[in-house]
Each structure stands twice: as C-alpha cells, then as structure tokens.
Design a protein around this ligand. Sequence first.
Ligand SMILES: [Zn+2]
Length: 450
Amino acid sequence: MSELTIKNALIMPMTDTRKCFEGYVRIKDGVIENVMEGSPRDDIKGRESIDGTGCVLMPGLVNAHTHLYQVLLRAVWEDLELMPWLRRIYGCARVLRPEHFFAGSLLGCVEAIRSGVTTVCEHNFLNPSVECAFETLRAIQDSGLRAVFARTIMDTGEIVPECVKEKPDAAFRHIENILAKYDRSAGLSFMTGPNTPPINTTPGLLKEIRRFADDKSLGISAHVAESKSVVECVRREHGKEGVVEFLQEFGIPGPNSSFAHSVHISSDEIALLKQTGTSVSHNPVSNMMLGDGVAPVVEMLRQGVNVALGTDGAASNHSQDLFDTMKAASLLQKVHHQDAGVIDPYSVLRMATIGGAKALGLASICGTIEVGKRADLILVDIDTIHSQPINDIFSQIVHCAKASDVRTVIVNGRILMRERELVQHHEKVILTNARKAHRDLTERLASLSF
Ligand SMILES: [Zn+2]
C-alpha cells in the first residue's frame, strides 16, 4: 500500500467549475483519495509527503497526438509542405530499424515527462517490421507514462513505400498480437485507425477498420484534413466535399474516434463531429510549421465538439512541449480571428487536460483532480521571475509558464520526476542511446533519394 500527500499547493482541479484554491491532495494506491482546502491537520507518520509551496498542482497534461520516435528527426525537413514532407517521412520506413524506435521513443517520453505530460497518444503508422511497434511500446512502458497506442494502417498511396503497405488482415493479426501481449489495465490502452485517409487508405480498408475496432473495443485515431491537398484528393478521387464527410460513409466518426488536425473542414462537417461525438486533437505548432492552415477550433468549441491538444511528432513541431502548444493554440486563434477575446485560457487548459482524456477514452481515469481518479498530477513552479506576480492564474499557466517550470510529475501515484530529477532513468544514458540511434539513422537516410 502506498500513500502520498501533496500539501501547500495552489490546486487547479480543471473540472467544469473554474476554480483554484490552496490545499492538499491525498493519494492512496495510485488513486486520489482526498482533495481539500487548507492544510492537512495531521501529518500521518510514515506517509510520504511533497511540499507544493510556490507551485500549482494540476492534472498532468495529455498529449493527444504524437509520433514519439520523430524526435530523431527534429529540424530535418522543415521547409516543405505536407505532401513532399510526408513523402520523406514515409520514405524513412525503408531504413528505420526497431532500435531507432526504442531510443527515439524513450527520448520523446522523457521530454514529455520533463514538460509535464502524463499521458501520450502514440499514433503509430510506420511498421517496416513488427518489432518496430513492440520496441515503441517497450520504450513507453519503460518511461512510466500513461499511454494510448494507436496502431494505424496504410494499404495504398503512391508516396507510401511497399514495406509499410499492409493488407488489412495482416495488419489486424499484428494488432491482435500486440493486444495479446499487453495488459490493457496497466496504464496502457489501444486504438487503431486509417493513417491519413484517403491518401494512404482504400475504401475497403476503411470498412474493415470500423468492424475490427468494434470487435476489439478499440478507439480510432486518424489524421484528418490536415492540409488542402488532402481535401483536393478526396474531391478528385471520391467525389466528396470533405474528408469527414467521406469518413462518415464508413462509420469512422464516433464517440471513440479522435481526428488529429481537422484543419480544412466545413461547418457541416463540424456539426457531424458534434453529432457523432467525435473528438479532435488540435496540433497548432505542427500546423504552423508545415503551413497547413488554421483549424476552426473556435467554431468547434462553440458547436460543442470535444477538442484536445497534441504536439504531433517532433519532425513537424521540433519538440514534445505541451506548454508551448497551449500558448500557440491560444495566440493562433486570437490572431486568426483578429479578436483577442475569441478564446479564453481556461478553455485552452481544458483542451490540454480533460479534453485530451476524453478524446482518448480516459475521462473517468485522468484529466482532472477529483476523488476516485488516478493520481496523474504535476507541480508547476509559479514562484518564478517570468510568472510573478500572479493576476490571472489560468492565463499565466497558458501564457507565462514554461515546460522547465514543471517540478514534479506523478503518474498513477508513482513519482516519475521529483524536483526536476528523473526518478527511474538516467538522462545521460537515454541521451547517449538517442545520439547513437540518430547517427545510425542519419547514415542510412543518406542512402535514400526522395
Ligand atoms: Zn501526426
């Protein structure tokens, strides 16, 4: 039995009610047992406690869309728009090895932990060999993060190398093997999905995916309408006005579906997302980096669509920093609408916490600080030069706080980082291994032409 108290912190529960108060949280066996104002009257002997003085205690951030191994590809192709960029990302599959996935994913996980993320959704889409997915999963489990592993499928596409095109049945068998090996209750759950329909998925695959997901009780993750070029493809090849409209034909939208990006979608398609209970994971930094456009986040929120936040892979973001992403999400909507009041900081914080948990089917597990939920919590130092003095704590977490202000990270009641020191990993070893994998990958990439 493990017990932990976090006291003297400014608690930001991130529930429906916008509130913040000084108090303490008690955790027992990984579950939040008590959330109280004031100081604990009794310091129970033998119970571990953390002093949160000068810090905000908030739910750990949920990175609802990323590709962890891509930290090895930071700033490699940064002046390309989506299609030529994707040609290179997919082309990497010809030289990517399982060890690259392990070393890169572990580095990505540690970057996430150090920036206050407690849950990641790994959208997995390149599997030149079956070990690539297994090595990514091994890195995620080593890191201690809560994770959703979305093992997606590609079965067509001129820019997709043959080594990663799969027949639906073969891909489903691979996913079944993954499901058989891992215990879904141990902080890990699974999704499947088409990767970027329709540019790399056939209608036949889309039909099969919905059936398979329902059979196995899996959520669906997909890149949706990321750039204009994807919408042009669906119009040209399938005679549909938009990607969401196209996917509706195959029953892909739904309450367990999370659509990354959803940049180029119409008002009618937003209504369809609301009607079907589909979530969107918004990746503003990646969208800006690739010059994709601005997702209609304000309209989605107005229509009641659940919106989460993601970094996307570091090949189109350069980092796994969700503080960065929160600030970008807020500022991008303000400048796009030329209206400083168009989005409020509390909504952005909700997107980065409970919005992400909902999108990944984890709303009853994490995303808020409430009795009975798992203890996925972070302490963020606000006693800093760039955050003081405090006038509006919600705005200042979004617009002033930095990833490096995260002091302590707890997942499932387990401390992963304490006072910025990783508890179970040696940062130098992870960095050395990542550099080695990077050197090897860079040499192999030099042999490719795109
Ligand atoms: Zn992505």
